[in-house]
Design a protein around this ligand. Structure first.
Ligand code: PHE
Length: 360
C-alpha cells in the first residue's frame, strides 16, 4: 500500500508531460482524480490498511492528490499560453521594413480595434462610457463582491497610490459607477446597455505575452428578464463582426466573484473554423472572453433590485484582440513607442463610425 501513492505519482508524471492539448489534460484529470479514478481507488484500498497505519497512508494519498491537482492546473496554464502564442504566430503580420509615415501620423492599433468594436456595439444600442484609470478599493474590488482578503485578489495585484487609491486592474471597476448612472432610466423602463473600454494595470512580470499595462473592453446589459441567451447572442454577433466571419461560440464554467454563473467564452478556431488544426491543438476552439450573469450582490451594491433586474457582463481583452487582428507577436510593441512597428496600422484597416468627427 505504501508504495502505491509513489507509483501513482510516477505514472502521472510520465503521462502529464505527454499531454499536448487541453482535452488530454481533462482526460488525465478524469483518469486520476475522477470518481472512479486512481486516487479514488487508493482511497478505497485504505479500508484494508491496519488502523494504526491508516493515518500515514491517508496522508500519503492526499499528498499525491494535491500534487496531481497542482500539476494539472499548471499544465493547463502552459497549454493555454502555447495555444495563444500559436494563434498569434499564425496571424498575418505587419511589415517592419516599411518606411515610417511620420508626416501623416497614424492611429495606434489598440485605438483602431477599440473604435471598431465600439461602432459595432453602438449599432446594437450600447452607449460608450469613459472611466478613470485611478480608482479605489471599493470600486475595483468590494463593489464587485470581492471582499478584503478574498483569494481572487491575488490574481489582480496592482499599483497602490499613497492617497489610498489604486490603478484599476480591470474595466469591471467601472461597473458600480455605470450601473448607478443609469439606475433611474432602468427603473423608468430603459435597459442599461453600456460598454466601457479602458487601460488596466497589473503587477505582472513582462514578457512577449504579458504587460503591466493593457486594454480591456467591458460590456454590461441589464433589464428585466435578461438571460444567458442574450449574452450568447450579443457575443456571437459582435465577434462575427470583429472577425468578419461567422463565429460559433461556446461557454465553459469560469469563476469570477462578480458574476454567477460565470463563464469562459470560447470561439470556433479562426484558422480552421472548428474542424481542428495545429493552432487550436485540434480542439477546434479558442478561449477568448470571460463573461457571466451579473452577481446579485453587484446589482445590490449599485442600488438595483436583483429580484426585478438581471444582466450580463463580459470583459474582452482588447490588447489580445489587437494581437490576433494584426498579428502582433510581442505585446511589448504596444507601449514601446516604436514607430517602425506602430505606424504600420493606418486608417486603411478601419472605417470611421459615421457619427465621429475627424480628429486633428
Ligand atoms: N474583470 C475580469 C478580469 O479582468 C473579466 C470579467 C469581466 C469576467 C466581466 C466576467 C465578467 O479578469
Amino acid at each position: 500500500m505504501f508504495e502505491k501513492p509513489a507509483e501513482l505519482k510516477k505514472l502521472f508524471e510520465e503521462k502529464v508531460n505527454q499531454a499536448a492539448a487541453s482535452a488530454d489534460v481533462e482526460q488525465l484529470r478524469i483518469e486520476f482524480l475522477g470518481k472512479k479514478g486512481h486516487v479514488a481507488e487508493l482511497m478505497q484500498e485504505l479500508r484494508n490498511v491496519p488502523n494504526e497505519l491508516k493515518k500515514e497512508a491517508g496522508q500519503k494519498i492526499n499528498e499525491v492528490k494535491q500534487f496531481i491537482e497542482g500539476a494539472i492546473a499548471e499544465r493547463i496554464e502552459e497549454i493555454k499560453k502555447l495555444e495563444e502564442q500559436k494563434l498569434i504566430d499564425s496571424a498575418e503580420s505587419y511589415d517592419e521594413s516599411m518606411p515610417i509615415n511620420a508626416d501623416l501620423g497614424s492611429y495606434h492599433p489598440i485605438t483602431l480595434v477599440r473604435r471598431e468594436v465600439e461602432s459595432i456595439f453602438q449599432s446594437m444600442g450600447f452607449t460608450v462610457e469613459d472611466y478613470s484609470e485611478i480608482t479605489d478599493d471599493y470600486n475595483c474590488f468590494e463593489a464587485l463582491n470581492i471582499p478584503k482578503h478574498h483569494p481572487a485578489r491575488d490574481m489582480q495585484d496592482t499599483y497602490y497610490l499613497s492617497s489610498n487609491q489604486l490603478l484599476k486592474t480591470h474595466t469591471s471597476a467601472a461597473q458600480n459607477t455605470i450601473l448607478r448612472k443609469y439606475k433611474a432610466s432602468l427603473e423608468s423602463g430603459k435597459p442599461i446597455r453600456a460598454i466601457f473600454p479602458g487601460r488596466c494595470f497589473r503587477n505582472e512580470k513582462i514578457d512577449a505575452c504579458h504587460e503591466n499595462t493593457f486594454f480591456q473592453m467591458e460590456g454590461i446589459m441589464v433589464d428585466e428578464e435578461i438571460s444567458i441567451s442574450n449574452l450568447i447572442y450579443f457575443m456571437k454577433t459582435m465577434l462575427s463582426e470583429v472577425f468578419q466571419r461567422d463565429i460559433t461560440v461556446r461557454l465553459r464554467p469560469g469563476f469570477f466573484p462578480f458574476v454567477e454563473p460565470g463563464f469562459e467564452l470560447d470561439i470556433s478556431c479562426l484558422i480552421c473554423g472548428g474542424k481542428g488544426c495545429p493552432s487550436c491543438k485540434d480542439s477546434g476552439w479558442l478561449e477568448l472572453c470571460p463573461c457571466g450573469m451579473i452577481h446579485p450582490n453587484v446589482l445590490t451594491a449599485a442600488g438595483i433590485d436583483p429580484e426585478k433586474y438581471t444582466g450580463f457582463a463580459f470583459g474582452l481583452g482588447m490588447t489580445r484582440l489587437a494581437m490576433m487582428r494584426y498579428g502582433v507577436k510581442d505585446i511589448r510593441v504596444f507601449n514601446s513607442g516604436n514607430l517602425k512597428a506602430l505606424s504600420q496600422f493606418t486608417e486603411k484597416s478601419f472605417t470611421r463610425p459615421e457619427n465621429e468627427s475627424k480628429e486633428a
